[in-house]
Write a protein that binds this ligand. Sequence first.
Ligand SMILES: [Mn+2]
Length: 413
Amino acid sequence: MKTSFYVENRRTFGNHMESGELAVFLSGEVLRKSADDDYPFYANRNFVYLTGIEQRDSVLMLYKEGERLVEKLFILAPDAFEERWNGARIKPDVAAEKSGMKDIAYFDEWQPYLAEMVRKNRIRTIYLDIDHKEGRRNFNGADWMQKYIETGYPWMKLKNALPILKKMRLIKKPCEIEALEQAERITKAGIVAMMEHSRPEMYEYQYKAEYDYALAQYGVLEPGFSSIISAGKNNFCIHYDSYRGQAKDGDLVLNDVGVRWDYLVTDVSRAWPCNGKYTERQKLLYECAYQTSQYMFGVLKPGLPMMDVDQMIKEYNFRQLREAGVCKAFDEIGTYMWHGGAHHIGFDVHDMVSARDAMTAAGMVFCVDVGIYHEEWGIGFRLEDNCLITEDGCRNLSEDIPRTVEEIEEIMR
Ligand SMILES: [Mn+2]
């Protein structure tokens, strides 16, 4: 992402602030796994969206003074001993260049700076990025920061920055689309590698290894999210993550995988017969999903209620399944369709955007995900593509990834 992306994002956020308000964003902390081993650090996505910096214990402060936005970034101070063991820390000049911020300080200065800002400017309102998801703990430090402010500045009014960021992140900028396009190319390489190496008796972890290997050739060292790769009956577990199963002759292999490139994440599902040839029943159900997906890419355009997209997928797919003689009445569709099909992607694979009441608009990117689960036949899969809404319609960003029966059988020949 270019520096201008982050500069613009901060400016847009600042436009939502009133004069005299302060906003504090944290990159997050490193989580300890056990003994001397930590989990890999993963910076808070909103912090990255506003700064382009992915380093632990970093703080962004935005202060609105009249029309002016005062920006200050705190990063880890140099530490020769720490850096010998754990790698170089980002230098202030590099952080300045990446983020487009001039005022860079060190992490241990943020508390006195905050106190001074509050005192000098008589600040009464602070924005924090608070994300309470079903009572699950957050590790981006916002919960900690909330307590810190409530204790140290009990008169302070707290505002949540998250709804503003969710709105901003809903519409992708051209540079984000470019990043997604590259991510799709790499996703294709990963999925095609799995198809090409597929054979009966192959273990799910062997498919996973093919996927990870293909990604690594592009310098992508971890998948965009925990890959879902399953075979046969395991396809009936929607967020399957064991990789221990084995594809038996006649089984479908399902992948639901992504690639993160320049922070943007794809999310693509395909299903192929491990032996390279769809059975009649597999083909019948796959065609229903494919026709539904094609229909959606034919009708999606700006100005449709986002809430309706799921329902459109369901209704059209029902008609396909009815014609195929699988499902008789619409109220039975839940037997075969287990999940919604239109979540947004972006900095997160289930992107943190406010789409519930939104209308589709140019720059939105969401999945068109058609899942069919026929337990009696032992066939479960989904066909999931990434839809970019354009000025006058839409574009399937993942359409180059083999998706018809013919394309897939051809690759596996
Ligand atoms: Mn998916």
